[in-house]
Structures are given as C-alpha cells and as structure tokens.
Design a protein around this ligand. Structure first.
Ligand code: ZN
Length: 462
C-alpha cells in the first residue's frame, strides 16, 4: 500500500478585455487576495512564535486506532481552536488578547481563509521551532535556522471557491472565488481556459481531490488541483517468486530514447523502440549557437543568464519528450497487469571530450534520461506497477544470448567499424549479431533475474 499524488492545473482567463479576457480589476483582486492572506499569515506566524510554549505543549492524546492514551504534542485542530479564541472577536467572546486582535486588524476576514491561514502557519512555526531547538542544543555557531516566510499560495477550501463547469459547453466554465478587492471581500467569477484534459483527469476514478491552490504568476493565474490515490502493489520480492511474472525492461539511450522489452517465461514477448525523433540533433544545433555566443561574449557575467529563451525552449522540448517516452513505457506495462518495470541504474558519466556544444548536448541527454526514468516510475506507480533498478554494469558489453563478452560495431556499406558507439552488437562466442540497444535492454532482464555470471549483486526496492 502506498500513496501517489499528482497535480492538474486549470488556467484562469485574466487577459486584458480587448483580448476577450476578464476585466483588469479581476487580476488585481487576485493580487490583493494573495497579499492580504500573506499579511494574515504573518500575523499568526508572529502570534505563534510569541507563544512557543503553547505551540509545543505536550498533552495526553488518545489514539483513535487503539484507544491507548499517550503523551504527544497538541493537535493542530486544538491549537486552531485555541488561537481563534485568543485572537477573534465574537458576540459570545468579545475580548480577545488586546495585542492580538485579528478581527480589528483584518475586518470581515472570511472564516475559511482564516482557518486555512492558521493551519498553514502551525506547520511552519512548529517546523521552525523544532529545528531551532535542535540547533541550540547542538551548540553550533553557524547555521542558525531562519524564521519562515509568511508567503504561500492560497489554499482554496470549500466556502472560498467553487468550480462551475457547464456540462454542455465546457468553454463557458468558470471558477467562483472569494477575493479581496482591497477594501472588501466579494465573490468573483473567473472564466477558465477550456481544457478537456482537465475534466478527464479530475473525474478519473480512484483519485481523491485535495483542496486546490491558487497560483498567481507574473503573467498567468491558475488553480492547481492536487489529487491523491492509494496504490496497492506487490513488493518486488513477492513478485519474484511468481513463475509467471512479466518483466518490462527499459534501456535508456540518446537516439533511441528507450528500448522496451517484455519478457515472460524467459522469452521476449514484445519490443518497442521509442525514438527521439531527431531531438538530439535539433538540440545540438541550438547548443552550437549557445556555445558560439558564449565564446564571442567572452567570460560569462556571474548571475546573468544568456540565451534565456533558447534554454527555455530546450527545457520544454526535453520535458515534453520525457513525458511522451514515459507514457510509452507505461502503455507497454499496462498491457501486462502485475508486471515489474525494470530500469538499469543510471550512471553518472561526466561528459568530456569533443566540442563545448557536444559536451553541453551530452549533459542535456543525461538529464533527459534521468527525467524519463523518474516520470516513468511515477506514472507506472500511479497505475499500480512497481519498478526496480538493477546495477548497470556491463549491460551493453555482454551477449544477451550466451553471456559472453562481445563488441559493438557499425556497418558502413561493406566496411565494419568496431567501436563503443556502434549501433550493432556482435558476440564472438556464439556469433550472435543484434541491435546493440536491444541487446542491452534484454540484458536488463538477465540482470534482474541474475542469470549470468557477469551480473553483480543488485539492490531492488519497492
Ligand atoms: Zn553470445
């Protein structure tokens, strides 16, 4: 059993009115709301840090599961009630602490927002106090923990927000938000950017919705919906005892981004190649530009970024192909329920040799590999498939048929070029010739099952 989380975003349409968006006031309301919530958070942060004893109070806690009584730190809910009693003016309780009268400082502040702010701050303040105490008892002079900041993205609990999706025409969907205009709290409708993908993700079964957050950027505003899912998956050690277990092995490369092979009962049942569609070459051309510009400009100025748009473009492309490759891997896995996804452990190879652009490109390719690995594991886990890493030693050097050491080569016409970068693999012992990346992918299975002598000990988790 485990948990996995994901975020789905919906963009609010707050473009200028001549571009068909909401009126400009709507944007400033969001800014005011974020600012007033930050101020309220600061108020409570100061309040809790002024009452550290209450914040860390030890009380008797009754376990909900076992009914046992033990001593523990006061619960956030109790602390919230206490804080409200101290700071909020109500008809029943007209006299909060004079120095900490929240109702006077923030008139008409919506209760839901106040509670979300207090809960936010309790975590922050407690974390800070704990590390501060640890630091004090350690006797160190350096590394004093800093006071936490009060700014955060507003959490939208029920009562401050509602999502109104028109079932017939999703383009007319909007979000209703309780926002601060600078003088008062009002409900405002914000049209959303039509997004069929969003609706599909939101309604997907098995996913539980958490409270969304309002994320206000410089150019855009979005609501992020966090969803969580409980996963039931077998442990690798249990799966390994199953003689019918299907293993899906992935070899990550530069041009063939992923070579996916599926094996059951010792036989390769399916193979899928995911090509980079020329990404490596494309990136290389861009990086040649970057390297040239850097060379012309001389030494880079510290703290100054050059080629910002170009780097952003490269990052986007890398991320996009990482998502697509990971998706392809998971699609293969989904055909074999209960399978185990096996990767070889990523080696950290420092790019050296060649031109600067070549080194930059290698670095990007390495990062892409890491991203594919991470995303594929996350996506696979979300559909209940566990993954595992095997030690990468020698997967590309040994024959996947007999286990003997072989060599890589390429063919140019009738000429054979032997070298590490070769596309093909040849085994001298059994004269097996095969695509080199595919050979490596099959070797990942061998490595998982520890079938040949060259397999080192490996660690599997999950
Ligand atoms: Zn062989």
């Amino acid at each position: 059993m485990g948990q996995t989380a994901r975020t789905t975003k919906i963009l609010l349409d707050i473009a200028a009115p001549d571009q068909g968006g909401a009126n400009p006031g709507k944007r400033s309301y969001l800014e005011e709301t974020v600012a007033v919530l930050d101020a309220a958070r600061q108020f409570y942060l100061d309040f809790f840090l002024a009452h550290p004893d209450k914040l860390m109070e030890r009380v008797e806690v009754i376990s909900k599961k076992t009914g046992e009584v033990h001593e523990g730190v006061i619960s956030a809910d109790n602390l919230l009630t206490w804080a409200e009693f101290q700071t909020v003016e109500t008809p029943d309780h007209p006299t909060p602490l004079p120095d900490w009268n929240f109702s006077r400082t923030f008139p008409d502040f919506p209760n839901r927002y106040r509670r979300s702010v207090i809960k936010d701050v309790i975590g922050k303040a407690r974390g800070y106090l704990t590390t501060l105490l640890k630091w004090q008892s350690s006797g160190k002079k350096k590394g004093k923990p800093g006071v936490p900041t009060a700014s955060n993205h507003p959490t939208l609990y029920a009562g401050t927000f509602s999502l109104e999706l028109d079932a017939l025409d999703l383009r007319k969907s909007f979000v209703r938000l309780k926002v601060y205009t600078g003088s008062q709290w009002v409900w405002v409708h914000y049209p959303t950017r039509y997004n069929r993908y969003f609706e599909q993700r939101r309604a997907e079964s098995g996913w539980e919705a958490e409270s969304p957050k309002l994320i206000l950027g410089k150019q855009s505003a979005a609501i992020h919906f966090l969803q969580t899912k409980t996963i039931t998956a077998k442990k690798i050690v249990e799966s390994k005892r199953d003689p019918d277990l299907v293993t899906v092995a992935v070899d990550l490369n530069v041009k063939q981004l992923a070579v996916i092979t599926v094996r059951q009962h010792g036989v390769i049942k399916e193979t899928r190649f995911v090509s980079d569609q020329g990404l490596d070459q494309h990136r290389y051309q861009h990086l040649k530009c970057v390297a040239k510009k850097q060379w012309q400009a001389g030494k880079a100025v510290k703290g100054e970024r050059s080629n910002r748009q170009l780097w952003a473009h490269l990052r986007r492309q890398n991320l996009d192909s990482a998502h697509k490759t990971a998706q392809a891997i998971v699609e293969v896995c989904e055909k074999y329920p209960g399978c185990v996804l096996v990767f070889e452990r990523l080696r950290v190879i420092k790019p050296k040799g060649g031109s600067k652009s070549r080194r930059l490109n290698r670095k990007q390719a390495n990062q892409l590999k890491g991203k594919i690995n991470q995303l594929a594991k996350e996506k696979a886990y979300a559909v209940g498939i566990v993954s595992c890493e095997t030690n990468a030693h020698g997967t590309s050097q040994y024959c996947s048929r007999c286990g003997a050491k072989g060599e890589r080569f390429s063919r140019k016409g009738s000429v054979c070029i032997i070298g590490r970068g070769g596309k093909l693999f040849r085994c001298k012992a059994c004269s097996y010739e095969v695509q080199a990346d595919w050979n490596a992918s099959v070797n990942v299975h061998h490595s998982f099952w520890r079938e040949y002598h060259w397999q080192p000990r490996k660690k599997c988790s999950g």
